[in-house]
Design a protein around this ligand. Structure first.
Ligand SMILES: C[S@@+](CC[C@H](N)C(=O)[O-])C[C@H]1O[C@@H](n2cnc3c(N)ncnc32)[C@H](O)[C@@H]1O
Ligand code: SF4
Ligand code: SF4
Length: 377
């Protein structure tokens, strides 16, 4: 499915210790204007009319996407009805929010956009998430829990991203139990913290440390997985090892080259949030190019090219290739200023698979050229 990331705003009401959203220099407006929003829906309709077999997922992102307020989303509902009367059945919506501003009004509007699940982020460790230079975690937690309660009362499912920092390495089991106890059937996705500059160095972790963090909690999940069904990346590793390569996630799919657009508040389009932040892969604006034209942008070849270069080079002979594809191209660029490399997180995947996943599960993570699982004879 094609994915359109919509940065409703680049501003945020929080200042999480690892996030550069509030610190990075901004050139354009913080919030998406209504003319840009209208143009986006026009482009969505145009794209789906031209591509009758396509479906499109709109991901409302930020900054904090609830900051523009309910009126902004009420307008989005109207614009979709107005511009996408015949194509809206092929549009789905999701949101990635800190939930601190969530309300019943947002719930009603998100339902009108067809959402039944909300993506959020959280960390119970003091000083990581929240507003202010020294994040006020207690105040933030209260708002997050309030938002979560409303989401649950309004019948939404929810999934949460947990960003693993140096602070989490000291207490993997506490983090795991806290996150999974928030709601036992809610999905938790463990990501490593990404630190590109000198700050916040004190939170940075190595790929080996990330593998060890996963390894510390994996045995608990594996033993009680009926209780914790959607913990990532564990669920994906098991599914891939059992059913054949489906890949571990968007960044590892090797297929993002032609499926993503990221629309900034001023209507400029890049590949994803990080490429936009770093001035890479600019595809034009929603005012001067159609989505289809921007999908054909020759710059995308640089991403597809990795699939040719890496299996003959740095990833040659790797048994994880079919589920990893060298990792996220933007992580590679952050490390080497070139897409034609594997990412440093390579080491985390190999270590987790070899030292934890395979010995504990008895499953083998090995895939042939067609992505079929190769199990020991
Ligand atoms: C930039 S936020 C925007 C959406 C929303 N404000 C939220 O917090 O969910 C999107 C996701 O990126 C994660 N994130 C922010 N900075 C990060 C970093 N340095 N490394 C890894 N993930 C990060 C956040 O935890 C969140 O899950
Ligand atoms: S709430 Fe989201 S966008 Fe805001 S600072 Fe935290 S991680 Fe960044
Ligand atoms: S695990 Fe490492 S070598 Fe293997 S495909 Fe991924 S990045 Fe390449």
């Amino acid at each position: 499915m094609a994915t359109l990331i919509l940065k409703a705003t680049e501003a945020c009401n929080s200042s999480c210790a690892y996030c550069d959203v509030v610190h990075k220099p901004r050139q354009g407006p913080a919030q998406m204007s209504l003319p840009v929003l209208e143009r986006v829906f026009h482009r969505i309709d145009e794209f789906l009319r031209e591509s009758p077999d396509e479906e499109l997922e709109v991901v409302w992102h930020g900054g904090e996407p609830l900051l523009p307020g309910p009126a902004f989303y009420a307008r989005a509902v109207e614009l979709q009805q107005q511009h996408c009367a015949e194509t809206s059945a092929r549009v789905s919506h999701s949101v990635q929010t800190n939930l601190s501003l969530f309300s019943r009004e947002f719930a009603r509007l998100f339902r009108q956009l067809g959402m039944d699940c909300i993506g959020t982020s959280y960390d119970p460790i003091a000083g990581v998430r929240g507003p202010g230079d020294r994040p006020d975690t207690a105040a933030y937690n209260a708002k997050f829990m309030r938002g979560l309660r409303i989401a649950e009362e309004e019948g939404f499912g929810w999934g949460v991203i947990y960003v693993v920092t140096k602070l989490a390495l000291e207490r993997p089991a506490d983090v795991f139990y806290f996150m999974t106890n928030l709601k036992l059937d809610g999905g938790v996705n463990f990501h490593p913290v990404l630190v590109y500059g000198p700050e916040p160095r004190h939170l940075a972790i190595t790929p080996g440390e990330f593998a060890d963090f996963l390894g510390a909690i994996f045995p608990v999940w594996w033993r009680h997985q009926d209780r914790y069904p959607e913990v990532e990346p564990f669920r994906s590793f098991v599914r891939n090892a059992r059913e054949g390569a489906i890949s571990l996630g968007c960044g590892d799919s090797g297929r993002c080259s032609h499926s993503h657009w990221n629309v900034a508040p001023d209507g400029s389009v890049s590949h994803c949030g990080r490429s936009a932040d770093w001035g890479l892969l600019p595809y034009g604006t929603v005012f001067d190019h159609s989505l289809a034209e921007m999908r054909r942008d020759p710059q995308r070849q640089a991403l597809a090219h990795r699939n040719e270069v890496l299996p003959r080079g740095e990833c040659q002979g790797c048994r994880l290739w079919a589920i990893c594809h060298g990792g996220c191209p933007l992580d590679a660029w952050a490390d080497q200023h070139s897409f034609d490399h594997r990412t440093p997180w390579c080491q985390a995947k190999k270590k987790f698979v070899e030292e934890y996943f395979e010995p504990i599960t008895g499953l083998r993570c090995e895939f042939d050229a067609e992505g079929r699982t190769v199990q020991p004879a």
